[in-house]
Design a protein around this ligand. Structure first.
Ligand SMILES: Cc1cc2nc3c(=O)[nH]c(=O)nc-3n(C[C@H](O)[C@H](O)[C@H](O)COP(=O)(O)OP(=O)(O)OC[C@H]3O[C@@H](n4cnc5c(N)ncnc54)[C@H](O)[C@@H]3O)c2cc1C
Length: 401
């Protein structure tokens, strides 16, 4: 039966926006509800992996994302003590993807592009700010969603509800889905500087993971800024220390001595968790993206994995619109995306962090040697890149029935 009542999407982050655009393009009615009064522009994910760019191309927005960002055709793992560099050439993925590179564009640029497109091109979509989803009741053939606005409460009727409302998801809580896993004791600081850090390191690429037994780092370039991700001391609970100029300057000077203080444009301190929801489906209510899973940012799998959820789910809702069985499609969404998240994304990100911060110099040396050997062997590098670019996880998910 065609979907007549709108698919209600809670949250206009990259995950909600992907689902909304996909469904809109197939003529399915959508109501996209964003709790904030405007789209958040905080600096968060900025790496777009190759298969995610393939999806963006299918949605017609890949070029707009590329135009507002940088193309990273290689990335590096560096060992801070030895200076060894293992460099991976994403060009080896030629033939596996239409985008054999990562794109570095802040996530807020994509949500802005999609929100504008939905409003101008798709009369079947209603986009509303200041609409915070608070609860849901499922009826025989749809959902009733409780929404808070600054003018009071509203109940809206839909066919399905997608909770893409982020890590603190109200939809997940309203459906009593547990969010199992753990929280790292240390917080992560991201400091952004317009200083050209490529002048401080030899052959620096746009994405760099720098291992060190005392303090590992991630250096990422966006159009105007270098972003430096630094773990903080879990024994010190004073957030104001880590956000202070003195602490950040000390860490940046430790990373690369410079005669002047570095100019700092943004600083964010945040907690990092590894958690996966017990299920991604409760009847006609689905969750995706950070609402369903969160992990550390090493490898850039959070936003990308969330977008892959949205793509899978929107494809299944389209099949339901065309007559496919609701339970079969939505159960498979839960199974494919949750298993992949548990078995691949969680494992990869947890191991990645363990290795980056390993205190034992022998473990660090062995890891760097392994990475150097892998990078130097085209066959091994190809398999490694299929995994780290998330192409492999999409292929593995498609095999789950
Ligand atoms: C500080 C920070 C830094 C990060 N840095 C990185 C990084 O460097 N690399 C990386 O890969 N990942 C990073 N992440 C993770 C990445 O940003 C997320 O994986 C990604 O944003 C997930 O997208 P999403 O659409 O699921 O959720 P979100 O982007 O969180 O979007 C959720 C949207 O829903 C809205 N909303 C919330 N509640 C409701 C409600 N009840 N009703 C309606 N709307 C609601 C919010 O305002 C928001 O617009 C970072 C996260 C944080 C918090």
């Amino acid at each position: 039966m065609p979907i007549e009542k709108p698919v209600i999407i809670a949250g206009a982050g990259p995950v909600g926006c992907t689902a909304a655009l996909y469904l809109a393009q197939r003529g399915i009615p959508v109501m996209l509800l964003e709790g904030d009064a405007e789209l958040p522009q905080t600096l968060r994910a900025s790496t777009w992996h190759p298969p995610t760019m393939d999806m963006m191309q299918e949605l017609g927005i890949a070029q707009a994302i590329i135009d507002q960002g940088l193309i990273a055709d290689r990335y590096q793992y560096r060992d801070r003590r030895t200076g060894a560099i293992a460099e991976f050439d994403l060009g080896l993925l030629q033939g596996e993807t239409r985008h054999p590179y990562r794109v570095q564009t802040e996530q807020w640029r994509m949500t802005g592009i999609v929100w504008d497109k939905l409003q101008s091109d798709y009369p079947n979509v209603e986009c509303l700010f200041d609409h915070t989803v608070k609860g849901v009741h499922e009826s025989r053939d749809g959902v009733e969603v409780l929404v808070w606005t600054s003018k009071g409460e509203r109940i809206v009727q839909g066919s399905f509800l997608l909770g893409s409302d982020g890590a603190d998801s109200s939809v997940r809580k309203a459906t009593a889905i547990s969010f199992e896993g753990f929280t790292y004791p240390e917080k992560f600081l991201v400091a952004s500087t317009p200083f050209p850090l490529e002048t401080k390191f030899e052959r620096l690429s746009l994405v760099n993971y720098i291992a060190d037994p005392n303090e590992w780092l991630v250096l990422l370039k966006t159009t105007s800024l270098w972003r430096v991700l630094i773990p903080t001391d879990p024994n010190n609970l004073d957030d104001s220390l880590f956000l202070s100029d003195a602490w950040i300057q000390d860490r940046l000077q430790h990373m690369a001595p410079h005669a002047e203080p570095y100019e700092i444009d943004h600083r964010t301190l945040y907690r990092v968790h590894q958690r996966v929801a017990k299920t991604y489906r409760r009847g006609r209510v689905l969750i995706a993206g950070d609402a369903a899973h969160i992990n550390n940012p090493l490898g850039g799998m959070g936003m990308n994995g969330g977008i892959h959820d949205a793509y899978n789910l929107a494809g299944r809702l389209t099949r339901i619109h065309e007559g496919a069985d609701i339970d079969a499609e939505l159960d498979l969404y839960d199974k494919q995306r949750r298993l992949i998240c548990m078995n691949v994304v969680q494992e990869h990100t947890i191991n990645n962090k363990k290795l980056m911060e390993a205190k034992d110099p022998e473990i660090q040396r062995k890891r760097q040697d392994d990475l150097m050997r892998t990078a130097a062997d085209p066959e091994l590098a190809h398999a490694f890149l299929l995994k780290t670019s998330m192409i492999q996880s999409l292929r593995d998910a498609a095999k789950i029935h």
